[in-house]
Design a protein around this ligand. Structure first.
Ligand SMILES: [Zn+2]
Length: 121
């Protein structure tokens, strides 16, 4: 269940960021996140897990726009290093790879509805 642990990390980061906003926004509308993972994850699963976990928090109802950062790794067969797709070396196709841990969650943008409301659309 990597999707769940990733969505929890995202939610934690979002809530921490929301707390830094002064005055507190009415609600969070949208958040754009780039998440690195050392496991393959299905973004749609992360997004639906996030929506469930956000219930009852200030992030409830917000839309998560998630990009998964590519995994980085090194091929132990030929020494190639780079972004890994399909768990194969991009140079020789070997499956003998060392993955680099990348489980960081980076918030790119938070779109909030401010307390003094600027109308919107
Ligand atoms: Zn290789």
């Amino acid at each position: 269940m990597h999707e769940t642990s990733l969505s929890q990390s995202i939610l934690r980061a979002v809530l921490a960021e929301l707390q830094r906003i002064d005055p507190p926004p009415l609600r969070l509308k949208r958040v754009r996140v780039v998440a690195g993972s050392d496991h393959p994850v299905v973004p749609d699963h992360v997004i639906s897990a996030y929506a469930t976990e956000a219930q009852g928090t200030p992030a409830e109802g917000s839309v998560l726009e998630l990009s998964i950062a590519p995994m980085l790794g090194r091929c132990t067969a030929c020494g190639w290093r780079g972004e890994i797709a399909d768990f194969a070396c991009g140079s020789c196709g070997s499956l003998d790879l060392e993955l680099e841990r990348r489980d960081a969650v980076r918030l790119q943008e938070l779109e909030v509805e401010e307390a003094d409301g600027e109308g919107g659309r």
